[in-house]
Design a protein around this ligand. Structure first.
Ligand code: FMN
Length: 215
């Protein structure tokens, strides 16, 4: 376990891509420990309707990587057509670096020792905001707890949702009943190369927080 305070853990758990050690195996019992910590996150009425697919078969990981790459191509195509050079994220400090890092992950994700696919029960495409918030709110905290548990153990992941452009294909590959479960993302898991990570850029408090009423 790394010697990190709670504040250090919370401020240095990053989306790790270039510093994932794809050559170092990850043991199932360590992943189970991380998952069991994640399960302590809140979920609606404590129903535990979530399901989780952990993949460590390299052949399946290669197939996942193919879908991830095709889905990213879909995403870039749609994004390019709809917003072009005006893409909002282009103004973010470090945007170029993020892009390079995203490219690195897509070129290397097939080498990940393990991948997590969290599933929430039901479909939310046609639901109202209450149901959507309740469903995502019953799984996303657990995924983030999983990230923190990985970080505490010298491991890391990158939050990714791009494959959802091809969610059905992923469901078929992994035998997930598409009508009954919604995928939340795919999360490559590996030990990190080095364990020092920095705080990231975020908009300052005063730009994003109002006291008492929205301004
Ligand atoms: C909802 C969501 C979706 C994301 N999708 C992707 C993705 O498909 N591929 C990827 O490489 N990174 C993805 N990211 C990672 C973000 O680019 C990353 O979180 C952001 O640049 C901030 O970096 P940090 O997590 O290290 O603070 C996603 C992050 C979030 C929260």
């Amino acid at each position: 376990m790394l010697n990190l305070t709670a504040d250090q853990l919370l401020s240095t758990t990053r989306s790790v891509r270039k510093r994932l050690d794809f050559d170092k195996p990850v043991q199932r019992d360590v992943l189970q420990d991380c998952m069991e910590l994640a399960f302590q996150a809140p979920n609606g009425s404590n129903m535990n309707t979530w399901r989780w697919v952990l993949v460590d078969d390299p052949i399946v990981i290669k197939d996942i990587a193919k879908i991830y790459n095709l889905a990213l191509e879909d995403y870039v195509k749609v994004l390019g057509e709809s917003v072009g050079d005006d893409y909002m994220g282009a103004a973010t400090p470090g945007f170029e670096k993020i892009n390079q890092s995203v490219d690195y992950l897509r070129e290397n994700i097939h080498r990940a020792p393990a991948i997590l696919i969290p599933l929430m029960s039901g479909r939310v495409e046609n639901s109202g905001v209450f149901m959507q918030a309740s469903c995502y709110g019953s799984i996303l905290q657990a995924v983030w707890s999983f990230f923190l548990a990985l970080r505490a153990r010298g491991m890391g992941s990158a939050w990714t949702t791009a494959h959802l452009w091809r969610e059905k294909e992923m469901a078929e590959l992994l035998n997930i009943p598409y009508k009954d479960f919604t995928q939340v993302g795919i999360f490559p898991i590996a030990y990190t190369i080095g364990t020092e990570f920095k705080k990231a850029y975020r908009k300052p408090f005063d730009d994003v927080v109002n006291w008492n009423k929205f301004e």
